[in-house]
Ligand binder design. Sequence first.
Ligand code: KG4
Ligand code: ZN
Length: 341
Amino acid sequence: MKSNSDILILGIESSCDDTSAAVIKNDKILANITAGQDVHKLYGGVVPELASRAHQKHIVPVVSQALAQANISAEELDAIAYTRGPGLLGSLLVGSSFAKSMAQALGIPAIPVHHMKAHVLAHFIDSSLPVPPFPFLNLTVSGGHTQIIKVSDPFTFEVLGKSLDDAAGEAFDKAAKLLGLPYPGGPEIDKLARQGDINRFSFSKPKVDGLDFSFSGLKTNFMNFVEKESRRNADFKQENMADLCASIQHTIVEMLMERLVEAAEITGIKHVAISGGVSANSYLRSQLATTAEKLGWHTYIPPFEYCTDNGAMIAIAGYFDFQKKASDTSLSQSATARWEM
Ligand code: KG4
Ligand code: ZN
């Protein structure tokens, strides 16, 4: 039942290859439905044109299913939040046009949401897990972004460091592709690495100033090494798969953790959170726990279904926004592939 003070928001996410819709009542998720896109597996990465076509196919059933599971009618909604950017323009256009049209038909606001802010605000979805107090640091690690952010309140985000080239998820995916593993490669490497030796192979880490990251050199280093060894022994990859996965994962995670430790030292903040698809990584999670123990940090990771792209994080961001009327909800807001935080 919805009381007069309850706020019901539909959140729609379509920035990359997942079409997702969620219904939130205040900070509680009533439904969170996601349709993935297997079509990209054939190509070893997301094909933008195929992604937007698949969003067009999925958007109506996904939204209908979310409303049905939440057991509410569209007329009960107070607002519709949608990912305005950043992301693939064709994909964003599908979700944003749908959200704005539906909001207009219902006479309710359409709230534009920043995808990366939503990954951070996923911590505030009501769950059994503790919520980070402000200010906290958030390492946002996904297929498209790698950022260390100081979060001072739900509307104030300061990017302390970011990747200058590839994202951490991209580094996982490209290493996996080279090893002949299916897309997305992050979860595959995570799984295979459990049987491997993290110290078997070492890869050079680039030197980057400040709190920024660079992963493209690591990818080249990994590629050159694997290709050289494969010329000597055609079965090199197969014979050393687990150790290769464990070693590259160890290097990526070490690069992330080194910067996070520096950011915590510089800011003096001991509340440290991670989010985004790569925060599902079991080795990153265990390294975070070990570091937290050593340095007296309190750590926060959203439940798994809110780590990867999902409508629920868009809905919670919309909920914060709705209460403060913080955004321009006019229909002239257009999807944007690039959007500064
Ligand atoms: O946040 P997300 O779902 O989508 C983007 O906004 O990009 O992140 C997807 C990324 C992919 O690169 C995928 O390989 C990576 O997250 N990923 C993982 C794991 N699960 C997902 N990377 C490493 N280990 C995992 N367990
Ligand atoms: Zn994302």
